[in-house]
Write a protein that binds this ligand. Structure first.
Ligand SMILES: [Zn+2]
Length: 308
């Protein structure tokens, strides 16, 4: 970690390991993390506390009224995560002590229960029976009964997920319908001579939505089905588009050929061949990009949360 930032954390009484810091600051369990490549909030704190909904509202109002510059925050189940940014590390380290004073004062004034209270149920717990858990990289202390409750929920949800029917065929039908919508639009737009490969996004998006809507389960097979279906159908739709273009060109020239023969004939001109391959390549590339974008949430769903 940057020396100035490390000093900032150690001055607060926190211990620093790599880019993480942990400690009790003004009676609140606090996690700090420095993310150098995060443009929005490279300096992030998670403060553990218990607060009622009304107290949370009050905290929110007061933070918004404070003069924190470049600050983003949201509540978590265990407290508050708040990120700060500044043009330079120097500016940030100059600002932070005042900001942190204000922040912890707000929490105290609003009655947020910190150290020795379970952030989930708000019960006072002696420090030795609090369990230190790792949530998304942050160390958060909760009491034994809340931890068991959490683990029970996670286990139940994971069991429900693994016992859910796969419905591959139903999911495939949904995916097919979605991709076909994209493909038809691709042919229509493409036949007018416009670059239509962008419809790949629509196809993959609709396929993803309809796969789930038709009862398909979000698993690895879903990713395979959607990837293969969309790549095959969208590539095929580019071919159809060029059949149509060739057929229309033939009609315009006064030659009545069937679409296939017209296509074969047109493929003898360099310009047509080039256009065809460019569209084909664009379609495949954008299709892959669309798959990567829209399958990310599915990947997340596959990675089930673990018990702590
Ligand atoms: Zn609790």
């Amino acid at each position: 970690m940057n020396e100035k930032l490390e000093t900032l954390f150690t001055d607060l009484g926190m211990e620093v390991h790599d880019n993480f810091a942990y400690g009790i600051v003004k009676n609140y369990e606090t996690n700090g993390v420095v993310r150098y490549f995060d443009n929005l909030a490279p300096f992030v704190l998670h403060i553990t506390f218990y607060a009622t909904d009304d107290q949370r509202k009050e905290i929110e109002t007061r933070i918004k009224q404070s003069d924190f510059k470049s600050c983003k925050f949201r509540f978590t189940a265990y407290g508050l995560v708040i990120g700060f940014n500044a043009a330079t590390v120097k500016k940030l380290t100059e600002r932070m002590p005042n900001y942190l004073d204000t922040l912890y004062d707000i929490l105290q004034a609003c009655g947020a229960k910190g150290q020795n209270f379970c952030p989930l149920c708000g019960k006072e717990t002696d420090p030795f029976s609090l369990r230190h858990c790792n949530f998304n990289g942050f160390t958060i202390s909760v009491d034994e009964s809340c931890l068991q409750e959490l683990n029970r929920t996670v286990t139940e949800e994971n069991e429900q997920f693994s016992n859910a029917p796969n419905n591959y065929l139903k999911g495939f039908c949904g995916a097919l319908l979605g991709v076909l919508c994209g493909a038809i639009l691709n042919v229509i737009i493409g036949s007018f001579g416009y670059i239509a490969a962008i419809t790949c996004f629509l196809g993959v998006l609709l396929a993803t939505k309809l796969y789930v809507k038709f009862g398909g389960k979000q698993d690895g097979v879903m990713i395979v089905i959607i990837s293969v279906t969309s790549l095959v159908i969208m590539t095929f739709s580019v071919l159809i588009t060029f059949f149509v273009i060739a057929f229309l060109a033939g009609m315009e020239a006064g030659v009545m050929l069937d679409p296939l023969s017209a296509f074969v004939l047109c493929m003898q001109t360099d310009q047509f061949v080039r256009l065809f391959y460019i569209q084909l390549a664009l379609s495949v590339i954008l299709n892959i990009v669309a798959i990567i974008i829209f399958m990310r949430p599915v990947m997340k769903a596959i990675k089930r949360p673990k018990t702590v």
